[in-house]
Design a protein around this ligand. Structure first.
Ligand SMILES: [Zn+2]
Length: 174
């Protein structure tokens, strides 16, 4: 069966590390139809259930396709929701320290370096190509989600695994 139709028929649960689907390189999306739009809505709905969720990638729900949703509107009011299909970073500038967590690794957060500004080329749900520049939190989130599409998790980039990764409870109390 078509992976998207199979996905839409099954119940969506967030895949947790070390689930193998989080380590796969996702397949490009070639067909832009109603099922793809429905899958994007499903991603958005699961993300909206998470406190502090600002992004979600298809492999986090077991769908190994190059699609992610980035929605930082809760913290950056002027931002728009982005559905990124086949996204690729084509330029970047600067470096910032980023403190990240991930729904697939809910117990931990960590510090890592991300580019401050990225230019991302992607397709929307209809297949139309866009080029967008993003900064700050939105840029970080785009990098985090594109990493997911390539089987990379944020702790692969954590500066100091021994001291940089902390249980979330400790972080929230400090
Ligand atoms: Zn993540």
């Amino acid at each position: 069966m078509d992976p998207i139709r199979h996905f839409l028929k099954s119940k969506s649960a967030i895949k947790l590390f070390p689930d193998a689907c989080l380590r796969k390189t996702c397949h490009p999306i070639l067909k832009f139809d109603a099922s793809l739009a429905a899958a994007a809505e499903r991603l958005q709905a699961v993300m909206a259930r998470q406190k502090m969720g600002v992004g979600i990638a298809a492999p986090q729900l077991g769908l190994s396709l190059k699609m992610a949703v980035v929605d930082v509107r809760a913290r950056v009011p002027e931002a728009a929701r982005l559905v990124l299909i086949n996204p690729e970073i084509i330029a970047h500038a600067g470096e910032q320290l980023s403190h990240e967590g991930c729904m697939s690794l809910p117990e931990y957060s960590g510090y890592l370096h991300r580019w401050t500004k990225v230019t991302v080329r992607y397709q929307d749900i209809l297949g139309t190509e866009h080029v967008k520049e993003a900064l700050g939190l939105e840029a970080v989130c785009i990098q985090h989600e594109i990493d997911h599409l390539n089987g990379i998790l944020f702790f692969d980039r954590v500066i100091q695994l021994k001291t940089g990764m902390r249980p979330r409870d400790l972080r929230e109390k400090s």
